[in-house]
Design a protein around this ligand. Structure first.
Ligand SMILES: C[S@@+](CC[C@H](N)C(=O)[O-])C[C@H]1O[C@@H](n2cnc3c(N)ncnc32)[C@H](O)[C@@H]1O
Length: 523
């Protein structure tokens, strides 16, 4: 294959970007997507490299999923500028797509020559292997103690933009990923896990990944696993819908994080808009602002500015969380398209009310509502009995919200009296419902839960805790809450009023003990 040479006045990174385009022309978007090939633009590569640092004479670097090596080259350039002690670099590059190797070898040979002129020796090793299979021992718990003590296998710096796709069944078995991440994880998380196991005791790693591992029950074991091995020292969050990999047709929320093996004194969180990384703002936070432990789970919270930081610190002072209040949140049990034959338009006496998303509006459950093609009731019989919810006091929440939506908690309230004549009702599985299994939740407390969730600061807290738009039980259980007496007082005050005035919001915040100065800042 003919690989174009570097042009005069072209930087190494510009050259790699040109090679990437050359390579990309040979492959379809789908081919690249299937193997998780989204190449890093040079501003991002430089930014990632700027986060790592070492003053060592001999540095061992690893780039898993190296593509054409843009991250390694950016890192080497950075180290050459900042580390005058540097005499040699040992670089391991894992890339399992053989069609990229001619480009990668070309770039590495060129870099080796350049470094030699500066009396820096580069020994690189391109491994045309599957990074996970080749290094499974680093995440196999019973082998871990042995490898923890093996200095030869451990790296000073690992830098990666790992592949991104869901593992299939065969990979899950091959990688034994179930030990760290149950279910069908995304491969990027395994790249992180294996890499975390390959760092030496002063090691550091820089990864660009989706932020999906920071919350959600799914990645809970992984977060625990990771936080036992490495620490965040810097996190960069891309504000708004970022467009880093937009040319490859992939839009997702990404973070760049610098992790260290040794615990840092604090964490710096920065934010910027778009992929050029201009207008970066920074805040400095403590580890427990980010690492949030609740009900036996760990969440990675990413407050993006001072106000967000103050909100989490203030609400963390509340005496309870949802789980500790003894309430429960469950998901509606009726998958409508699978149970079409039981869904009815009429409310005869053998049917009970059926609630969909469209019945929920402004803190109310409007039922019945005439809507074309939509059933109002569900037949009560032996098959549907398991779907039914006993009439009582409930807050009903939409599970899915859009990114643009003003409020993450879009909810309505039902009381025992609303459906008592039917004794039961049923919910579409796009809805969650909050209830007291002991049936002691008063009307005021029911209003109070809804009013608490309706507060803008609680909405903000939830968004920081929960990176995605879905409202899942795991994050609701972890949400700090006032005690049930305070909830009752909040409910008595404002009932189901959906749009609160600024004074009403202030009143509620004061009621739950938020200090006057903070109330002014948060309103
Ligand atoms: C997101 S791309 C990043 C490429 C390059 N590091 C960059 O930043 O532009 C991930 C790379 O990992 C490679 N890859 C995917 N699965 C891999 C595996 N199991 N082992 C090694 N490399 C893999 C892909 O071929 C792709 O080149």
């Amino acid at each position: 294959m003919q690989i174009p040479p570097i042009a005069e006045n072209e930087s190494q990174l510009q050259y790699i970007e040109r090679l990437t385009n050359h390579y990309a022309k040979e492959k379809s978007r789908k081919q690249k997507k299937d193997v998780g090939q989204f190449f890093t633009p040079s501003p991002i590569a430089n930014f990632m490299a700027s986060l790592a640092d070492s003053k060592k004479e001999h540095i061992k670097i690893l780039e898993p999923g190296s593509g054409i090596g843009i991250l390694s080259i950016a890192l080497i350039e950075k180290l050459r500028k900042t580390n005058t002690n540097l005499t040699s670099i040992e670089l391991a590059l894992y890339e399992n797509d053989a069609s990229l190797l001619p480009y990668l070898s070309k770039v590495m040979e060129m870099t080796k020559d350049r470094l030699r002129k500066d009396n820096v020796e580069l020994n690189y090793d391109i491994k045309n292997e599957d990074f996970i299979s080749s290094n499974l021992k680093y995440i196999t718990p019973h082998l871990m103690p042995f490898f923890e003590g093996n200095p030869l296998a451990h790296y000073d710096i690992i830098i990666s933009n790992p592949p991104y796709y869901k593992l299939n069944k065969k990979d899950i078995e091959r990688y034994k990923s179930g030990e760290i991440i149950p279910g069908q994880p995304n491969i990027y998380s395994l790249f992180m896990a294996v890499s975390a196991g390959m760092l030496n005791e002063n090691g550091q790693m820089v990864f660009i990944t989706p932020r999906s591992f920071c919350s959600g029950l799914y990645y809970s074991t992984f977060r625990t696993w990771l936080s036992r091995r490495i620490h965040f020292s810097r996190i960069h969050v891309f504000e708004s819908r970022n467009n880093i990999f937009s040319e490859d047709g992939i839009l997702q929320e990404n973070i760049i994080a610098h992790y260290t093996k040794k615990k840092p004194s604090g964490i710096c969180i920065s934010t910027s808009e778009g992929k050029e990384l201009t207008n970066i703002t920074k805040i400095h936070v403590n580890e427990n602002d980010v690492i949030y432990r609740s009900n036996g789970h760990i969440f990675f919270r990413l407050p993006a500015n001072k106000t967000e930081l103050e909100i989490i610190r203030e609400l963390d002072k509340l005496p309870k969380n949802f789980y500790k209040l003894g309430y429960k949140i469950s998901t509606g049990k009726v998958v409508a398209f699978r149970n079409k034959k039981y869904l009815k338009k009429d409310i005869s006496n053998k049917n009970v009310p059926f609630i969909w998303m469209h019945n929920i509006k402004n803190m109310k459950v409007n039922w019945p509502v005439e809507k074309k093609q939509k059933a109002k009731a569900i037949e009560r019989n032996n098959e549907t009995e398991r779907f039914l919810i006993k009439s009582g006091n409930y807050v009903i929440l939409k599970r899915f919200t859009t990114k643009e939506q003003k409020k993450r908690f879009d909810m309505g309230i039902v009381f025992d009296s609303d459906f008592s004549e039917y004794h039961y009702f049923a919910l579409d599985n796009m809805l969650n419902y909050i209830y007291d299994p002991g049936n002691r939740m008063t009307k005021e407390q029911t209003f109070g839960i809804a009013q608490y969730l309706n507060l803008p600061i609680v909405d903000k807290y939830f968004r920081i805790l929960n990176g995605h738009t879905q409202v899942n039980a795991n994050e609701v259980y972890a949400l700090p809450f006032p005690d049930s007496k305070k909830l009752g007082e909040m409910g008595a005050l404002l009932k189901d009023k959906a749009e609160l005035t600024s004074n009403e919001q202030k009143g509620l915040m004061q009621l739950i003990g938020i200090t006057q100065s903070r109330v002014e800042a948060f309103k």
